[in-house]
Design a protein around this ligand. Sequence first.
Ligand code: IYR
Length: 217
Amino acid sequence: MSEEHIPFIFTKSNSSEVEEKAIALRDEMLKRRSLRFFSEEEVSKETIEALLKVASSAPSGANKQPWTFVAISNPELKKRIRAAAEKEEQSFYGGRASDTWLADLAPLGTDWQKPFLETAPWIVVVFKKSLDYDGSKNYYVQESVGIACGFLIAAIHQAGLVTLTHTPSPMNFLSEILERPANEKPYLLLPIGFPAANATVPNIKKKDASEVLFYFE
Ligand code: IYR
């Protein structure tokens, strides 16, 4: 990799354009919801590849890009992933989760059943690499992969699709089913597609700015 710096190509907007864009982006991103009910309508491979290029463009510790994305549309594989995920979820909801955790999940109306793992046209599984294939260490892996997933979730919404940040736990079954090397650990699973015609979402609210945002001016 070159240590030389090269000119940065930047198209400058004036400050009122910047403000307009920020506000339009806020209004659009506030419409994003995590979806659990997907339509079977297809999404092209080109679409998924474009979205994953956005994710893969995220900043990462020492530019190590410590992630791998596996995109699955194969129905047999989706079926196996659903069966394995539901097995873990059954033990989670059936006793492994604390009462407090289950009470916190109650407003979301979730349970062990994960039909979206079969109905969504694509499932993307994100893997993190704390060590690279040659055994060398990556940096800020948790942060880097989290940022890449944030890029992906925003890109999915901007493209007019929906997703869910799904974390079946434990997720080791994904390494086996998807035959990933030992240095890659499953990080997040995202079904991607269109919402079902009758899709619903939990009636929950984001915190107000006054609770999460503090200024020193
Ligand atoms: N993995 C389980 C439980 C779950 C946990 C959290 I934290 C959530 O925000 C939602 C669900 C499941 O997917 O149902």
